[in-house]
Each structure stands twice: as structure tokens, then as C-alpha cells.
Design a protein. Structure first.
Length: 185
């Protein structure tokens, strides 16, 4: 818990990236699939990098950092794949996004379960994880949805996920101040 509290800023940054991505999709819902690929790739890559950095920086003495690391690596891999193969079909892109959402959601749920005995606000991370998994499952079950609908679903997911991450980071920050967690250098 102290590790997460010391690095609440990384979680907040993940949330801000999600909110920005979500808002941009609602501002211009007619965005082209090529633009969506690039914006999604940047978002997944940034989210993955922030998650890996937070996990690696805090691995000493923490046995359960691997779930967070795995989720971050999945985000980086999906982000890189979208940049390396921009000509992906809509169906393949949907399955990549679905897989990324399910893997990161599972990692978030696993992390929250480990935190449940330490903090009272772990439900925010559980809810974010459940939303991630549910979003991934919906994309797999209904891959034929129109591009505009997919853009709006992705935007809604990113916006809600971002808000949950920001709320969690603020809760961690408050907990860290109360527990006297030292600030990162």
C-alpha cells in the first residue's frame, strides 16, 4: 500500500490519459479508423509504460508487483502492434483492444483483491477492472458494430476508466499523507 501511495501520481497520470482520450473521441465521433488506430496505440503505449514504470520502481520487497507489470507489458505490446501494423482490419483491431482490456482488467482486479485488507477504497480499482473486462467481452461478442459505435464505446470506456484511476490516485494520495508515506524523489 505504501508503494502505491508513494506513486499515486503515476495512477493519476494513467487516469488523465484515459480522460483525454475519452473526451477526444466524443468531440469528434466521426474520427477515421486510421486516426483511431494511432490515438489508441498512443494511449495503450502510454498507459503500459506508466504501469510498467510504477511496477518496476516498486518491486523491491513486494511479491505481488508482477500482476501490475503484466498489465503494463500487455498495454505496451498492444500499443506497439497498432503502430507497427496500421493497416489492421477493424475486426482485428477490435480483438486487440478487447484482449488488452480483458488482460489489464484482470490485472487490476488481482491488484485490488490484494489491497482489500489494506485500504477501504479498493472497490474503485475493482470497478475499473470489471469495466475493462466487460468492455473487452462486449467487443468480442459484438464485433460487427459500426466504426462510429466502436469509437464511442472506446471513448466511454477510456473516460470512465480514467475517472476511476484519478479517484483511486487521490484516495491513495490521502492515505499516503495520513500514513506518512515518503514522497518519491
Amino acid at each position: 500500500m505504501e508503494i502505491l501511495a508513494r506513486n499515486w501520481g503515476w495512477i493519476a497520470l494513467r487516469g488523465v490519459a484515459g480522460v483525454i482520450f475519452g473526451v477526444l473521441t466524443f468531440i469528434n465521433p466521426a474520427i477515421s479508423l486510421a486516426s483511431l488506430v494511432l490515438v489508441f496505440g498512443a494511449y495503450a503505449l502510454a498507459d503500459g509504460v506508466f504501469t510498467v514504470v510504477a511496477a518496476v520502481m516498486n518491486r523491491r520487497g513486494e511479491r505481488h508487483w508482477v500482476a501490475m507489470l503484466f498489465g503494463g507489458i500487455a498495454g505496451i505490446a498492444i500499443g506497439l502492434l497498432t503502430f507497427l501494423m496500421p493497416g489492421l482490419t477493424t475486426l482485428v483491431l477490435l480483438y486487440l483492444i478487447a484482449a488488452w482490456a480483458i488482460v489489464t482488467g484482470g490485472a487490476e482486479i488481482a491488484t485490488a483483491i490484494r489491497l482489500r485488507k489494506v485500504i477501504t477504497g479498493e472497490w474503485l480499482l475493482i470497478l475499473a477492472g470489471v469495466l475493462s473486462v466487460a468492455f473487452g467481452v462486449v467487443l468480442i461478442v459484438y464485433p460487427g458494430a459500426g466504426a462510429l459505435t466502436v469509437v464511442l464505446w472506446i471513448g466511454a470506456y477510456a473516460l470512465v476508466f480514467g475517472i476511476m484511476m484519478i479517484a483511486l490516485s487521490l484516495r491513495l494520495r490521502s492515505w499516503g499523507k495520513m500514513a506518512g508515506a515518503p514522497r518519491p524523489a
